[in-house]
Design a binder for this molecule. Structure first.
Ligand code: DGL
Length: 232
């Protein structure tokens, strides 16, 4: 029995290392405002960026297990690119039959919409090193150049809600410089914290188009949520 007692609707569990996944949960709730959502921010271990794969995987399994167990969620959204890169397979194997949606680097839509033939990917080191990114880039980036950059310091800025200080502008300017120089179009926000920094990114690089994959992931999550059994 996994329905939310107040509504009789199935609960969707979201998690991230911190506030980043809110960008995905928000997109999902825009599509399914009535859906009961449980959100876990793993602040004790945030940021995931510099942690070993095995540690992130263990956290993802623990949090996913708690969302599906004590919080009685019927599906999981791994609203974190880093955790998706290292733990999606393990989560699916641990919970067969449960829909588990993860973040995917949006190389394919980026390549399709590029006006310059060069797409940028902003992500954490984990995501860029991960099999998911390497495979997606190899499969979908034929014919375009991909320039990747690690958003060094971005997770901390998003957690602090700092989108305008001089230090934030300097950090964003430093990270975006190679992407601006390479005339990347669009720049994919490959970490769920980064869309929270859009006002900062747009002010530092006004001519750049940014692509947030949250909408596409939210659509997929909504379709899976619709298919879950209803009622207590
Ligand atoms: N929001 C996460 C991601 O999408 C986590 C980043 C981090 O904690 O380093 O990658």
């Amino acid at each position: 029995m996994t329905a939310d007692p107040a509504t009789g609707l199935p609960r969707a569990g979201f998690f991230d290392s911190g506030v980043g996944g809110v960008s995905v949960a928000r997109a999902f709730l825009r599509l399914r405002p009535a859906a009961p959502v449980v959100y876990t921010a793993d602040w004790t271990f945030c940021p995931y960026g510099a942690r070993p794969d095995a540690e992130i995987r263990a956290r993802a399994l623990e949090i996913g297990g708690a969302l599906l167990g004590e919080h009685r969620c019927a599906m999981l959204v791994v609203a974190c690119n880093s955790a998706s890169a290292v733990a999606l397979d393990a989560l699916r194997a641990a919970h067969p039959g449960v829909p588990v949606v993860g973040m995917e680097p949006a190389v394919k839509p980026a390549a399709a919409m590029s006006r310059t033939g060069c797409v940028g990917i902003l992500a954490t080191e984990h995501t860029l090193r991960g099999r998911l990114f390497r495979e997606t880039a190899a499969r979908h980036a034929a014919g375009v150049r991909v320039v990747a950059a690690v958003g060094e310091g971005f997770v901390e800025l998003a957690e602090a809600g700092d989108v305008s200080s001089a230090a934030a502008r300097a950090t964003a300017g430093r990270v975006l410089a190679p992407l601006v120089e390479a005339r990347c179009d669009p720049v994919v926000l490959g970490c769920t914290h980064y869309p929270l920094l859009l006002p900062l990114l747009r002010s530092v690089a006004p001519g750049v188009r940014f692509l947030d994959p949250a909408e596409a992931v939210a659509r997929r999550a909504a379709a899976l949520w619709d298919a879950l059994p209803r009622g207590a």
